[in-house]
Design a binder for this molecule. Structure first.
Ligand SMILES: CC(C)(COP(=O)(O)OP(=O)(O)OC[C@H]1O[C@@H](n2cnc3c(N)ncnc32)[C@H](O)[C@@H]1OP(=O)(O)O)[C@@H](O)C(=O)NCCC(=O)NCCS
Length: 146
């Protein structure tokens, strides 16, 4: 089941982020996102357990949302959960008035790149030295008809 995250989910969200190496969202960031109106945080829960999440960030005055995080627990990967969360994140962005989503992903993250390309995202540039370990990022975007 996909639903908006609530404050009781923060522990699970932090745990989920911790599974993966690299830049992670902190507990404080999640709390800030859930309190304010600058982000849509969605979770996928199964049997009461949060096993995946997506985060879209918004900027005032911009019609473009930014997919900041999309994580699926390895135990449940390969079942279409990321694709479903991405579609739900797009709907959330549209409901906020956005007509475009953009994101950065590690250029060597073949799994995520395949997901985004298959979901209609278009490469729109590479940023060198983007991550803490200096790895480059691939930028992608998608126009979402309102
Ligand atoms: C990338 C990630 C979110 C995909 O989650 P998932 O739930 O397993 O993905 P889905 O089952 O919805 O698969 C959707 C598409 O992604 C691609 N994909 C998923 N797993 C893949 C794999 N192991 N190898 C290649 N492509 C893969 C495929 O295109 C797949 O479509 P298909 O099944 O029709 O071929 C997940 O692997 C993950 O959490 N990775 C670590 C965090 C991360 O890299 N997040 C993205 C950074 S922005």
């Amino acid at each position: 089941m996909i639903r908006p995250a609530i404050s009781e989910d923060v522990d699970a969200l932090v745990k989920l982020e911790a599974i993966f190496p690299g830049d992670r969202l902190s507990r404080q960031s999640f709390r800030r996102f859930l309190k304010g109106n600058t982000a849509s945080v969605l979770v996928y829960a199964e049997g009461g357990e949060v096993v995946a999440n997506s985060v879209v960030l918004y900027r005032r005055g911009s019609l473009s949302g930014r997919i900041y995080s999309l994580v699926v627990h390895p135990r449940v990967q390969g079942r279409g959960i990321a694709r479903a969360l991405l579609a739900a994140a797009e709907l959330a962005a549209v409901s906020r008035g956005c007509n475009r989503l953009c994101l950065e992903v590690r250029a060597d993250n073949q799994t995520a790149l395949a997901l985004y390309l298959k979901s209609g995202y278009i490469p729109c540039g590479q940023i060198n030295n983007y991550y803490q370990d200096h790895a480059p990022a691939q930028r992608l975007h998608k126009l979402i008809p309102i």
